[in-house]
Design a binder for this molecule. Sequence first.
Ligand SMILES: Nc1ncnc2c1ncn2[C@@H]1O[C@H](COP(=O)(O)OP(=O)(O)OP(=O)(O)O)[C@@H](O)[C@H]1O
Ligand SMILES: [Mg+2]
Length: 452
Amino acid sequence: MSQRILIVEDEDKLRRVLSLHLQGEGYEVDEARTAEEAMPLADRAALVLTDLRLPTLDGLTLMERLRLTTPATPVVVMTAYGSVEVAVEAMKRGAADFLPKPFSLDHLMTVVRKVMEVKTLREENVRLKEELGHRYAFDNIIGRGARMREILGSVERVAPTRTTVLLCGESGVGKDLIARAIHFHSPRARHPFVKINCTAIPENLMESELFGYEKGAFTGAAQAKPGKFEQADTGTVFLDEIGDVPPSIQVKLLRVLQEREFERLGSNKTRSIDVRVIAATNVDLQRAIEEGNFREDLYYRLNVFPMTIPSLRDRREDIPFLAEHFLARFAAQQGRPPLKLSAEAQRKLVQYDWPGNVRELENAIERALVMAAGDTLREDDIRLDHAPRRGSASAGLNGDGFLPEGVTLDQHEQQLIREALRRTGGNKSQAARLLGLSRNALRYRLAQMGLE
Ligand SMILES: Nc1ncnc2c1ncn2[C@@H]1O[C@H](COP(=O)(O)OP(=O)(O)OP(=O)(O)O)[C@@H](O)[C@H]1O
Ligand SMILES: [Mg+2]
């Protein structure tokens, strides 16, 4: 499908030449002699090529109007020889490029192709972002139980606003996923989502990472660089592990949150930005405040719309659905037909405590799938990292919670001790902790077993 270019030029001869040449290069062309003639034709154009000096309304005014009606259509301006200032002005007001007259037809084509290419890239970008948006649509967040449904309801309500959101919850509960869902359900969805992992950045680099720097701000700053906040302008900043931000940076964050203003390192020019802030933490910020590690004023700036995502063991009702979801996803990734979850396997998953929450469940299912033969995932395919919950039926006891058939109490105890040592790779302190014994008590028992 060929693309259409709108030429706005009052000089008949030049307009004809441009038109013929562009048609020769495979474009479709519309011609207009004035801005007024051009306006109704702009709709169907992929690019507008306009002279700046036109009979009634000039090119800059035309450009301004087009920005309102067809903002995605790039405008290339043709300027008279020697009027560089006008060209610069046009670029400032949003022209994609300019051609100083007289220009060669080769130069024309170079500029047209480049501008078209940028436009295609931009459209591709928007499409990709939409796909991502789909990935974070709620139908990909499993939340069947009342507690997660409440969270998703909050996401829906807070997403359209610019309100600062604070996500709390243990590691692996889905804070990242929720942060992205908020962004992709907000009017900022097509703008940047910039995640800042506050743990991963060393303190001495943090200020320049966050706020950028000017050339020469420090040794090695050969070129100016915008920081993460600038990159996120008009979009969303996700401050992950906010509890790990050192006090020196906390002050600076406070200012951005209050004023939406900051300076690059080595510059005294104050910059304003429009960002939405989402922060996440798996540490108790109240406690960090009491211990003097977190500024209370920053906490209140962040804690505008707090959401606490419950741990998985506090919403076991979601476990079977999450398991099915991951099972379907990994099976599809491996090109296998969907597997069923056996009743025993499901019970095992629901009873386990999931210290690593949804992430641990996701990993456990992926691993189990490797073990599973046939079309059903069985109890034995699932390997869990930690001891099962105390009192659960899968602790090696028989169905009614008493000793396994034909095993004495001593034998059973020894089995458990051996298992604890196996799980901790022979580390006695850890094994003792796992068994709820002191190190000495474990030593004593090992001596009795002849294992000390
Ligand atoms: N409700 C859910 N539905 C589907 N997948 C989920 C859900 N919650 C979490 N996950 C998946 O579990 C994994 C861990 O989630 P995520 O990274 O969002 O956790 P987190 O709270 O940010 O963890 P951390 O504190 O370690 O950064 C991800 O792969 C995520 O896609
Ligand atoms: Mg995370």
